[in-house]
Design a protein around this ligand. Structure first.
Ligand SMILES: Cc1cc2nc3c(=O)[nH]c(=O)nc-3n(C[C@H](O)[C@H](O)[C@H](O)COP(=O)(O)OP(=O)(O)OC[C@H]3O[C@@H](n4cnc5c(N)ncnc54)[C@H](O)[C@@H]3O)c2cc1C
Ligand SMILES: *[C@@H]1O[C@H](CO)[C@@H](O)[C@H](O)[C@H]1NC(C)=O
Ligand SMILES: *[C@@H]1O[C@H](CO)[C@@H](O)[C@H](O)[C@H]1NC(C)=O
Ligand SMILES: *[C@@H]1O[C@H](CO)[C@@H](O)[C@H](O)[C@H]1NC(C)=O
Ligand SMILES: *[C@@H]1O[C@H](CO)[C@@H](O)[C@H](O)[C@H]1NC(C)=O
Ligand SMILES: *[C@@H]1O[C@H](CO)[C@@H](O)[C@H](O)[C@H]1NC(C)=O
Ligand SMILES: *[C@@H]1O[C@H](CO)[C@@H](O)[C@H](O)[C@H]1NC(C)=O
Ligand SMILES: *[C@@H]1O[C@H](CO)[C@@H](O)[C@H](O)[C@H]1NC(C)=O
Ligand SMILES: *[C@@H]1O[C@H](CO)[C@@H](O)[C@H](O)[C@H]1NC(C)=O
Ligand SMILES: *[C@@H]1O[C@H](CO)[C@@H](O)[C@H](O)[C@H]1NC(C)=O
Length: 599
């Protein structure tokens, strides 16, 4: 029975309805809510088409569906047996919105939850960055428009053991098939999907435990996290034992997957360091299919690369041990200054005074997320772990005093929580980017470039110039210096960054290829160049970068690139792991149909 297509259709439909049901169920507990998606598109930008690479049928390409090399149904079935029935054939999440599987009720329900991360991370194939879904099966396009697997993975193994990972890896290698590691599908760089690929889905690797750690680099509490653990689960687990750990401000992002591997910023960054700085040890399956324990003593080169050198590039991580810290009182301020009634000069002076006070704020261990445009400065989450209301007020006082001197009014609402664990559910729901509804990129501003008011004024003018072009400037300020004994592959420019600038172009619904190309052009050719010119030494955060950046090797990895490439050669000699902006990604290209080929 297993060897026929009918079996697969029934099997996959079963999974699909189960997944959809889960997605709908989870709607009310999802925490990654955003007010950004309600912002309006500003029209009037010229469209420039993307260059299309030449078609290639050469043997230097990965085997693609439809080609004679593609495994038979029997071959897939054999893999399914090997992974204990955990192989899922992709049925795009959007299929209830299209013929021949159209279902009006299910489609409406899906549209209602489409912009929630939970809808995608509960799926074995869907991704949150619209461009990489390529409208393969978009729920907002007309019922008659295409619903194909397209750029989604063809099959996914829902892994629960290291053997499942090894089986999938070996199958992909033996059959010359593109391989994808998928955790939550948050990746903005398209690295957790791929046309014609076999994926592994790490989402259900949910083991966790508390450890006492002691080596020459760190002594203290630690937490071991399975690769599927997300921010909200990790925080709930840690705080139940009066501990905290470093996660993203968006609580649905995975920890072990792309987040920690790419650097990882969040509310505790100024206090305890980047996500990557927390890693003590990994369990992995490398590109050769070997199970390895990885830490600063054993396979230390791989430790260095996995901790900051980018997700999905060197090995499949099964688990990570991260540092844990004691619970503390945590104070959060929500601050707003509006420009209405102020002269431009006064408003800009107020913004400059905000920037002037950031080092004072972040060097105390606090961080701030803020948005600036011509109408307001909104800083809804200034988070200070270990600080009382009076202490955080004192840190903000120099800014308040400048506002008073300028005769500018402001509102500030400060709440002190008895623990970080109590603050996190609030903090993580205030600002976070929704899934699928925007296109973005970042640039980092070094602290040394904001050393006087002339320089701060240029920064503020740059932000206003960008927001005048119709993008949202979502900004974060941190002190990302090394806390303690750290040696890893984090992008070196992170250490001297004072502000991480994310520029977000809202995308309208229904999605179409033209509107996203307009957004890409605006970001790559107009917005980011403002900051690349102001801060040529800044660089980008590889997890939230512009995936069209032609200079990505330098801008995302800097001086680490050559060393990271060497380490990849050791642990992934056959280049089974690929991402267009991952280390080694320039050695491949994708054809018009997104088939992956050697350069
Ligand atoms: C709504 C939203 C909010 C965000 N907020 C933050 C934030 O607060 N702070 C921050 O720093 N970043 C944030 N990001 C960016 C985030 O760090 C990246 O999207 C990151 O890649 C997500 O990792 P993931 O494992 O959850 O996602 P996935 O898309 O599943 O995977 C991301 C990458 O990691 C690889 N990968 C996944 N699992 C493994 C594994 N087990 N072993 C090896 N490789 C693996 C994948 O192949 C892919 O390359 C946010 C992104 C979104 C969409
Ligand atoms: C695929 O299945 C065919 C028989 O259907 C078999 O001959 C072949 O060896 C299999 N290929 C692989 C790579 O397992
Ligand atoms: C991406 O979308 C375009 C437009 O619909 C289509 O022509 C192309 O084939 C798609 N690519 C893939 C790989 O699905
Ligand atoms: C994936 O596996 C987990 C157990 O590891 C199971 O609970 C879940 O239902 C599976 N999901 C799908 C879609 O098969
Ligand atoms: C403030 O600056 C904006 C943008 O440059 C301009 O449109 C506006 O006229 C200025 N307002 C005043 C009062 O100068
Ligand atoms: C950042 O914080 C560390 C302590 O965590 C401190 O030593 C350092 O001076 C601060 N400033 C910079 C620029 O790193
Ligand atoms: C501040 O504002 C008040 C009332 O709006 C006004 O009376 C006063 O002159 C202003 N002071 C300065 C220094 O601008
Ligand atoms: C202040 O913030 C708290 C916590 O977010 C909220 O409950 C309260 O309503 C806010 N108060 C005002 C006046 O905005
Ligand atoms: C202000 O800072 C910038 C950037 O560091 C520097 O280039 C410039 O010389 C400084 N200007 C003054 C007046 O100190
Ligand atoms: C694409 O979307 C934009 C913005 O919503 C719209 O103006 C345009 O007409 C759409 N183009 C097509 C081809 O549907």
């Amino acid at each position: 029975m297993r060897d026929n297509d009918y079996y697969w259709i029934l099997y996959s439909l079963g999974i699909y309805f189960k997944t959809l049901w889960l997605a709908i169920n989870y709607y009310f507990v999802d925490s990654c809510y955003s007010f950004l998606s309600t912002m309006m598109i500003k029209p009037g930008i010229l469209w420039l088409g993307l260059l299309t690479p030449a078609l290639s049928q050469s043997t230097s390409c990965k085997c693609f569906p439809g080609e004679s090399c593609w495994p038979t149904v029997g071959n897939w079935s054999a893999l399914n047996d090997e992974v204990e029935g955990r192989l899922i054939q992709t049925i795009p999440l959007g299929s209830p919105c299209h013929d021949p599987t159209y279902d009006a009720e299910a489609c409406t329900a899906l549209q209602g939850v489409w912009f929630k991360p939970v809808t995608h991370y509960q799926s074995s194939s869907s991704v949150m960055e619209a461009f990489f879904a390529n409208a393969s099966c978009d729920p907002f396009l007309p019922r008659s428009s295409q619903c194909v697997i397209g750029t989604y993975v063809q099959y996914t193994v829902n892994v629960s053991t290291s053997d499942h990972v090894v089986s999938a890896l070996n199958f992909a290698k033996k059959n010359n098939i593109r391989f994808v590691i998928r955790n939550t599908g948050h990746d903005y760089e398209g690295k957790s999907t791929g046309a014609g690929a076999l994926g592994i889905w790490t989402h259900h690797l949910k083991d966790k435990s508390i450890l006492d750690w002691s080596d020459e680099h760190y002594q203290g509490k630690a937490i071991k996290l399975g690769a599927g653990i997300q921010g909200f689960e990790a925080i709930a687990f840690a705080t139940a034992s009066n501990l905290v750990l470093v996660t993203g401000i968006c609580s649905t992002v995975g920890i072990t997957g792309g987040y920690l591997a790419g650097g990882g910023h969040g509310p505790l960054l100024s206090k305890f360091g980047l996500g990557a700085d927390q890693a003590l040890e990994y369990e992995v399956i490398d590109g050769q299919g070997r199970y390895l324990t990885v830490n600063r003593m054993t396979n230390s080169d791989l430790y260095w690369a996995l901790s900051g050198g980018g997700g999905g590039t060197y090995a499949v991580v099964l688990s990570v041990v991260v540092k844990a810290y004691p619970e503390e009182v945590t104070t959060v301020t929500n601050l707003a200054v509006y420009s209405a009634g102020l002269s431009n000069e006064t408003y800009i002076s107020a913004l400059v005074s905000w920037v002037r006070n950031l080092p004072n704020l972040v060097d105390s261990g606090a961080m701030a997320t803020f948005l600036i445009d011509r109408t307001s400065l909104l800083a809804p989450t200034i988070v200070a772990y270990g600080k009382t209301t009076d202490e955080l007020n004192a840190l903000l006082q120099p800014f308040y005093s400048s506002l008073i001197a300028l005769n500018v009014t402001y509102s500030a609402n400060t709440t002190t929580y008895s623990t970080y664990g109590e603050s996190y559910p609030v903090v993580s729901t205030v600002i976070s980017d929704d899934a699928y509804s925007s296109h973005g990129g970042t640039w980092l501003t070094p602290r040394a470039s904001l050393a006087n008011d002339t320089a701060r004024n240029a920064y503020v003018e740059g932000i206003l110039e960008a927001t005048d072009l119709g993008v949202t400037a979502l900004l974060g300020s941190w002190n990302a210096s090394k806390k303690g004994d750290i040696d890893n592959g984090v992008f070196p420019q992170w250490r001297s960054t004072l502000i991480g600038n994310a520029f977000i172009v809202p995308l309208s619904t229904p999605w179409n290829l033209t509107s996203i190309e307009v957004a890409q052009h605006l970001l790559t050719n107009q917005v980011l160049p403002i900051f690349q010119k102001l801060y040529p030494d800044g660089g980008a955060y590889l997890n939230e970068a512009d995936y069209n950046d032609p200079n990505w090797k330098v801008n995302f990895y800097g001086t680490n690139y050559a060393k990271l490439r060497e380490i990849k050669t050791i642990y992934d000699p056959s280049d089974i792991f690929y991402g267009s902006t991952a280390v080694g990604g320039d050695e491949w290209y994708q054809t018009e149909t997104k088939q992956l080929c050697r350069v």
